[in-house]
Design a protein around this ligand. Structure first.
Ligand code: NAP
Length: 444
């Protein structure tokens, strides 16, 4: 019998566990997560108003409830107070790291850390009830926000900023975030790309959704669109449709609306400017296309007022102590999912998901990524399975001072979230602090 640990219970971890049990009738899989709650970015990254994508939790749940899969929550691997990677490796025939990309990229410009400037990840974690997120007073005194970047995360945070109470109340957003977003005095969101509309990273469905938000007008500057070089007809399908949607908005007459989302392009952030003790504006340099998909600066600048700046310029993997790491790409070096140590495959160590290929692709991309890794692992299995292991890793974990939260603990959290929702006259409402999550899980 092959015993495998999967570290991380987000989509890549769950798809890895699923592929293992589907393809090897003798495998037992423990899925470890540092949180007592499963599903990774599906729970803590997908926006609360994207119920359809969130419903994917149903299929991930089926994986974690398989009789040969065991969820072990509250287990931190690596780092201070965490279970060392070598210790974990000694408890299993193989370990697959599916730990995602846990931090955000930096802009590296002056003023980036002024109060009022946050990574989009921090804002997303707050409205998603991540227990590590703090209520940082994101929206206090904010009338105008700048979102830097034009990917799907930028679209998510721009949309969440203008959503009203009526639209958020039916979601599972924590009550404090709902109250704050509903009461906000924000009127303008500027979403800004350093390159042109044809190079934007958002997908058309997500972009179009901005145009359907109640009480919100979307505007696009014709001058920005006019800078785009080349024939839109020659673009790949997604980019062509994006450009069509943007041209449609640019042609619309202005309408009176409570809130506006203004999409801007060819503006590269160069500095965040302070106003008193916090951010007051973002200085951008106007860029022009270089004809090869990139841009060059023009030496002309534009300041966009903002009391809130959300830097949405992509996620980044963080090193896990004891595992090799390529700082340039923010990933673990691998060959077909096998972790490489000094260029050679390391026996019994694998990666899947964003820590393997970087923070790109949609949730479904993780399925094929996990399959590739599992193919490598199962090819190595005859050799790996020869190792003698302790009888039950959970006994060893407890001996090492780690008491995992079992699946029943997570189910208790689910029940408590449904009860909280009922008390508040809403449907499910997420719990957002460590103490409540852990105490709820432990009484199960
Ligand atoms: P992303 O798609 O990589 O977009 C990052 C954006 O930041 C790009 O516009 C990029 O511009 C810009 N950027 C990077 N460095 C910059 C800098 N120094 N200054 C100014 N702009 C900079 O990343 P993401 O939005 O975080 O999304 C991550 C992944 O999750 C993507 O695959 C995304 O599709 C997925 N996702 C999907 C959904 C959904 O399906 N609904 C929702 C959220 C996330 P350049 O192109 O010029 O580098």
């Amino acid at each position: 019998m092959l015993r495998v640990a999967v570290v991380g219970s987000g989509p890549s971890g769950c798809y890895t566990a699923q592929s293992l049990v589907q393809r090897d009738p003798g495998v037992q899989v423990d899925v470890l997560d540092r949180l007592p709650c499963p599903y990774g970015l599906v729970r803590y990254g997908v926006a609360p108003d994207h119920e359809k994508i969130k419903s994917l939790q149903g299929s991930l749940r089926t994986v974690l409830e398989d009789e040969r899969v065991r969820f072990l929550g509250g287990v931190r691997v690596g780092g201070p107070g965490g279970l060392p990677v070598e210790r974990l490796r000694s408890l299993y025939h193989a370990v697959v790291y599916c730990v995602g990309a846990a931090t955000d990229r930096r802009l590296g410009i002056p003023g980036e850390d002024l109060p009022g400037s946050w990574s989009a990840t921090e804002f997303v974690s707050w409205y998603s009830a991540h227990p590590d997120a703090a209520d940082a007073g994101f929206l206090r005194g904010v009338r105008s926000a700048v979102v830097i970047g034009v990917g799907n995360v930028a679209v998510d945070v721009a949309r969440m900023l203008v959503r009203g109470a009526a639209e958020l109340r039916p979601t599972d957003i924590p009550q404090a975030a709902l109250d704050t977003l509903s009461a906000s005095g924000l009127t303008d969101v500027h979403m800004v790309g350093r390159r042109g509309p044809a190079q934007a990273r958002f997908t058309t469905k997500e972009l179009r959704e901005l145009g359907a938000l109640p009480g919100t007008e979307v505007t696009v500057d014709k001058a920005d669109l006019a800078l785009d070089l080349g024939d839109p007809g020659a673009l790949p399908a997604v980019q062509r449709r994006n450009v069509e949607v943007l041209h449609g908005w640019a042609a619309q007459p202005s309408a009176a609306a409570e809130r506006r989302i203004r999409l801007r392009f060819f503006l590269r952030p160069v500095e965040l400017l302070g106003d008193g003790d916090r951010v007051g504006a973002v200085r951008f340099e106007r860029t022009v296309p270089d004809g090869e998909g990139g841009v060059t600066g023009t030496g002309r600048y534009e300041d966009v007022p903002a009391q809130l700046v959300l830097r949405s310029v992509g996620y980044r993997g963080v090193p896990l102590e004891g595992l090799p790491f390529d700082a340039a790409s923010g990933t673990v070096p691998h060959r077909e999912g096998r972790v490489l140590r000094d260029g050679a495959p390391s026996a019994g160590e694998y990666v899947a998901g964003w820590i393997k290929r970087g923070p790109t692709g949609v949730i479904g991309t993780n399925r094929s990524c996990a399959k590739e890794t599992v193919t490598s692992l199962l090819a190595d299995a005859p050799t790996l399975a020869r190792a003698d292991l302790p009888a039950d890793p959970v006994v060893e974990l407890r001996a090492a001072g780690v008491d995992p939260v079992p699946w029943s603990g997570w189910l208790a959290i689910e029940r408590a979230e449904a009860e909280l929702g009922a008390r508040l006259g809403r449907s499910v409402v997420k719990l957002s602090d460590w103490d409540t999550l852990i105490s709820t899980a432990r009484v199960a």
